[in-house]
Ligand binder design. Sequence first.
Ligand SMILES: [Zn+2]
Length: 536
Amino acid sequence: MCLKVCLRIQHCPWYNCLRSGAKKCPNAPNSSSVCTKVVLCARGNCIKLASKIDDGISGTTFERPSFKRMIDDIEAGGITIVLCKDLSRLGRNNAMVAYYTEIFFIENRVRFIALNDGIDTAFGDNEIMPFKSVINEYYARDISKKIRSAYKIQAQRGNYTGVVPPFGYIKNPENKYHLIPDPQTAHFVKKIFTMAASGNGTAIIARTLREENVLCPRAYCKKVLGINRPYTYKDDTDWAKTTVMQIIKNKVYLGHIISLKKTSLSFKNKKPIKVPEEEQVFMPNMHEPLIDQDTFDLAQKVFKIKKRGNKYGFDNIFVGILKCSDCGSGLAIQFPNESMGRPFFSYSCNRYRQNSKYCTTHYIRYDDVYRIILEGIQEKQRFVKENKDDLAQYAQRLADRGADIELKQIRTDLDKAQKRSKELDILIQKLFEQVALGAMEQERYATLSQTYEQEQKLLKTKITTHEARLADRGGDTLNFMRFFDLVQKHEAVTELTSEILHEFIESVVVYQAEGKRLDRTQKVVINFRFIKDSWN
Ligand SMILES: [Zn+2]
């Protein structure tokens, strides 16, 4: 953005000659650029000029240092004319341009001239100004859109576009958009997930890494990968809890690429804002995963659960597992309180405890719930052991079901839709290139890309439905086999630990007890992992 500013002059003789036809200007005979003409012309007439240049800063913002200095100078009364090559040099934000040209300059008695656009506030040449300004803004918006759609195309191809690869990965030397496991750090990522999945918090994981002198991602990026970013860290093994947390939450370790997580408010305001998850671009299975889905899910689940210390040194292993049958909230631990007539560790509905109007107690004793769950797990183990052959047959039948005709049809349809979707991606990309090269009219691009994008949208819905149906069918077998493996992996369970609970159990629903004393009955439903709906 370049602005020329005239200093301390009452009138501007050279401008009149420019206005009447720059080519004839006697003081600047053989120059082609308007700006040069102005400079030469001004020199010829002993006029002082000051240039305000903000190189490399977009005209969509008015936060340009030189521009701000110019405004200060105007307010201090040092400037009488602001001259620029064309209106867009003042700025590309319509509302702000209008403010300066229609209010600020007039209030400060500054004459505003945009040479190429024939605008001069001293001659009332400004009717066209609002229109020009709108068009300038339109161009800025258009360019911003083009940049965004270029990113989107990269995202839809599942390309990794970050500067720094995620810790545990490096960029493929043959294709910078593709991630491959980093032999030096991948095993640390695996360790972080295994630790999290077995119930360790971020603080413990971070401390372990520090003690083992593992370089933190920022130090690793700078020292080993040699990527220079404006990073600060206290020392090389400065592992923070948040760093561990970010790794555990990142689906890139499952092999997926998730792009466009952040955007800016608009092309005028570049402040980054978070994009809702459903609007981000998710491309599954783009590179080798470091973590399997099971470990990942387990880590997320254990992670969500807040671990609170207590004065009894009591390990609350059921935290996050027990749920109220009526309101769905968790059951919270109650410590023994003799004076309140509660000599046992027990649980009751958290919502009820916050406000007794909203739910009932759902009271259950700790030792009761412990026994019920332990017996539940033991029963499943026993059942699997005794019916091994039948269960294996059942698994086989489920697998056979996966081969039926209807399923084949779904697979074919899915294949077709996926192929067409890829074709469209390429078409849209090519179209965009054509426009960017100026080989296609904007309007034609708009209509064509709209048609493609509509088709693309329909295909995406189709693909999701097909995939869901496939997962539904295939999922049964897979989940059943997983549970089968899980039960056989453990020797007969005799004691409950946090680890065992989370491995076996999704949730335990506790109902309100009925009857009193000896007639007291209470329903408790255990939802096991993997077999929640199909086999209970
Ligand atoms: Zn409740």
